[in-house]
Design a protein around this ligand. Sequence first.
Ligand code: ADP
Length: 266
Amino acid sequence: GALHRRMLEQLEAGERRVREHQETLAHVSRLSTLSEMGAGLAHELNQPLTAIVSYSQAAARLLDEPEPDLGRVRHAVNASVHQAGRAAQIITRLREWVRRAPSQVRATDLVQAAQNVLTLCHADLRRLDIRVVTHVPPVASVQADPVHLEQIILNLLRNAIDALERTPDAQVTLVVESEGGEWTLTVRDNGPGVAPEVLGRLFTPFTTSKDGGLGLGLSLSQTLAQGMGGDLHGANTTTGAAFQLRIPRAEPQPAGAGAAHPGGHP
Ligand code: ADP
């Protein structure tokens, strides 16, 4: 009776502590990824800001003319507003990313999450001349914590980018497919593949082949995926490495709510 209850209570307290530690680890890992990506993100934000400056200057110049062409002024102002919206969107996503919030599993679009991550990695992909091929449906609604989902995809994409650093004709392929009650996201690269000495313990913490690597990305990603009722696997292919994330589908949305775009314009 009493002993049994106390044991259960302690077990629950233990599980709660493990969950809290996992969330702290996930948060610290997000911050560390962000600091590694600082330059690329600054570039991403700088683009809309630069565009806003030029559109606004153009509008001011047009207004200085004796008979301003108001149509062109309106166009410049609208373009400037659009770019400001883009900058705000990037900042909103970054704020969500660094926020420390308890896990929130809800209907989330896997395709939108993948696209957000591609935007974050845009600068690195271009710098290394990596081609991105995507095979995705318009929407793939999964039951997931949106920040954790992006964190997993970002880990996979950054690993692929790291692996492709010295690969000519480098390519990353992202595929989103439906499989039974789940959606899968496969990230495939045509790099050297996972080293044999790493392959057996890819998801064991502190497994890394990189100088300065922490070796926590994949183990944390697998934990996060399993926490959402999914899973993460990795293997070599004949042409590189492939990692597959499985996430349960979201319950069908009530009519009219299915087309919501979490990252879209207000
Ligand atoms: P880290 O990136 O800090 O090393 P990870 O847990 O993300 O930590 O990855 C562990 C190791 O798995 C990497 O060091 C690398 O050896 C291997 N790995 C992961 N993804 C790939 C990939 N796409 N191609 C080749 N090796 C990979």
